[in-house]
Design a protein around this ligand. Structure first.
Ligand code: 13P
Length: 346
């Protein structure tokens, strides 16, 4: 690692690992954003995607709560309606631009329905290009399916290895890696089962990061929370989720990691905020504990916008409110009553 790289990595961490600030994941691939748009009756074209992401990123005042935005490659190359490249618009607002660099999921051979993330081939070249366009951090998502027998040892080990290789390559380019091991919420598993599988997943990941000489001071960990499955009859409440998640993180994530920014993974916006808040209310955490949500930050906003420019203002207010509540949750200062409070835009 060169001194220049370390300086770049440190500057990015200093700007992102800030108490009360989080990350907006706006890096849905084209098929994913199209699915989300269709669910609320919005046509997905290059320009509607551009307009929607401009709405999010240019929300006045959002930089009080959001320190970084993860972009999809298409957005990295697009401009605001006044012709400014998005990475520049973000930097001007004091927000760090990042980029999703994985190429999605494929079947992991010799497993039953488990997946591996692809995209390592050509990654150094792509990182150099993204960096020249303003990206300062990256994201790579690995997924783990829960059942009575899964995830398999093979999936745990292979995903850890790939995440670590990606992280090492990023750091070599002066790009901070978001390392995202997502244990999926799909299924009817209990919170206890989620805890039982998340611990070995994180343990294997940090072992691999060590093997690949990744400097833990310059990564962002983006895990899933320990929570009951979507189809589980007994839902885990915020206190249970917070206690189990912090217990497992304390066992597996070294204190050298500066910040943990959770994904929302299909939780409702209110649930994702309440769970994050409860973790911070526990106190005594060795890392900054915050958010890197896509759906839990965007859901209401996207629905209100509905593809109409006349709705931009109200949609931005909804987004700003979610960002503000999550910012408070990242400091353990959120209450449910705040859901009813109005937020205004300057
Ligand atoms: P969700 O918050 O919607 O889970 O998305 C986060 C993310 O970036 C998934 O890779």
């Amino acid at each position: 690692m060169t001194n220049t790289n370390i300086k770049e990595l440190q500057a990015t961490i200093d700007q992102i690992a800030v108490n009360g600030k989080g990350i907006l994941a706006a890096d849905e691939s084209t098929p994913t954003i199209t699915k989300r748009f269709q669910a609320v009756g919005i046509e997905s074209t290059e320009d509607t995607r551009r307009a929607y992401r401009e709405l999010l990123m240019l929300t006045p005042g959002v930089n009080q709560y959001i320190a970084g935005v993860i972009l999809f490659e298409e957005t990295l190359n697009q401009t605001t309606s006044t012709g400014k490249p998005f990475p520049k618009a973000l930097e001007d607002a004091g927000i760090v631009p990042g980029i999703k660099v994985d190429k999605g999921l494929v079947h992991l051979a010799n497993t039953t329905d488990e997946q591996i993330t692809q995209g390592l081939d050509g990654l150094p070249e792509r990182l150099a290009e993204y960096k020249s366009k303003g990206a300062r951090f990256a994201k790579w998502r690995a997924v783990y399916t829960i059942s009575n027998t899964l995830p398999s040892k093979l999936a745990i080990k292979t995903n850890a290895e790939v995440l670590a290789r990606y992280a090492a390559i990023c750091q070599e380019h002066g790009i901070v890696p978001i390392v995202e091991p997502e244990v999926l919420i799909d299924g009817d598993h209990t919170v206890e089962r989620c805890e039982e599988v998340t611990e070995p997943v994180l343990h294997a990941l940090f072992k691999a990061l060590y093997r690949h000489k990744v400097m833990l001071e310059y990564i962002i960990l983006k895990p899933s929370m320990i929570i009951s499955g979507k189809a589980c009859a007994k839902k885990s409440d915020p206190k249970t989720t917070a206690a189990a998640t912090v217990r497992v993180l304390k066992r597996t994530v070294p204190a050298a990691v500066p910040t943990i920014n959770f994904l929302s993974g299909g939780q409702s916006p209110e649930q994702a905020t309440a769970n994050l808040d409860e973790m911070n209310k526990l106190g005594n955490l060795p890392w900054n504990v915050s958010y890197s949500y896509a759906r839990a930050l965007q859901e209401t906003c996207m629905k209100i916008w509905a593809g109409k420019s006349s709705n931009i203002r109200t949609a931005q207010i909804a987004f700003l409110k979610r960002a503000k509540l999550n910012s408070l949750a990242a400091m353990g200062k959120y209450t449910e009553a705040m859901e009813k409070e109005e937020v205004t835009i300057a």
